[in-house]
Design a protein around this ligand. Sequence first.
Ligand SMILES: Cc1cc2nc3c(=O)[nH]c(=O)nc-3n(C[C@H](O)[C@H](O)[C@H](O)COP(=O)(O)O)c2cc1C
Length: 324
Amino acid sequence: MDEARAAFHIGSIPVHSELILAPMDGISDAPFRSLCRSFGSGMSYVPFLHARELLQGRRKSLALLNFQPDERPVVYQLYDNNEDNLSRAARQLQEHQPDVIDINMACSIRSISARGAGAGLLRDPRKAGKIIRRLSSELEIPVSAKIRLGWDADSMNYLEVARAIEENGASLIAVHARTRQQRFEGKADWDAIAAIKQEVGIPVIGNGDVRSVEDIGKLKSHSGCDAIMIGRAAIGNPWIFAPRPRTAVPRQEVGAVITLHLESMLRHYAETHAIMLLRKHLVRYIEPFSLPAPLRERLLTACDLPTLRDELRQAGLADPHPGV
Ligand SMILES: Cc1cc2nc3c(=O)[nH]c(=O)nc-3n(C[C@H](O)[C@H](O)[C@H](O)COP(=O)(O)O)c2cc1C
């Protein structure tokens, strides 16, 4: 694809779609990211990694670094409350040749944010800016940040944070338009995304409350953001990146995509683990079909491949082209 048709750029890196799969720990692994890329997601965020754990060489952290060449541009995301850890971990990650390093300033999990990492960084915009400046000067690839609107309703400092991020050298900002206090509930504030887009010159990715193809257009026109990040609404629904309404996807096609997804997971994980991880997706793939409760239960508890394939067949979700 040529540069001119890029939806936006991260530094000099073109991104060819304005729809982006959100980083989701435990969900957006390499198989799911690749699947969503093939449907139209423009880039891949690898879910967050704890800088300190990465430096300690934890095997779980290292396994998460794998990505497929067709996922590029690839973003590695780090969280920590310590600037030195972030700097050292980012330099280590750079050796795995991602396209971008992102600092998570959005995670609301208490054990992370209360220590001043994730959304905890929003409480100290100077420190957030300093981290971005340090990484921007030390790395050879672009640096970005994913933020929320503030710690709580009384400290909505997103404009100050967005400015600090841009002024200190970041090339991209993603905004989950809720406060840390809201976690994943309450209405996302799209006016705030619009205000950030007005405030900064770097590309802005808007995120929050995009549940359908219709919402994509609504957020885009409401905020003028450069791209739209989709998380939970993409689970069991990679078609949203096409973009195509889920209701327009025939059952047979859903079956074919479940098989593709499963095959990809089997290449990535041992069989039992792949089947267990697929369940989080499967529950959403089958949501629109009112399957009889016992069949649904058997599908979501199948522990081996022959049983899972048999239950999929019974649900009318078998691969129409077996062996592919
Ligand atoms: C299971 C789960 C895991 C998540 N993990 C991450 C993560 O690793 N890094 C991150 O920045 N955000 C993470 N998020 C937040 C999402 O990226 C996104 O900002 C949030 O879900 C709001 O978007 P949505 O309404 O489209 O889901 C996670 C969300 C969920 C539901």
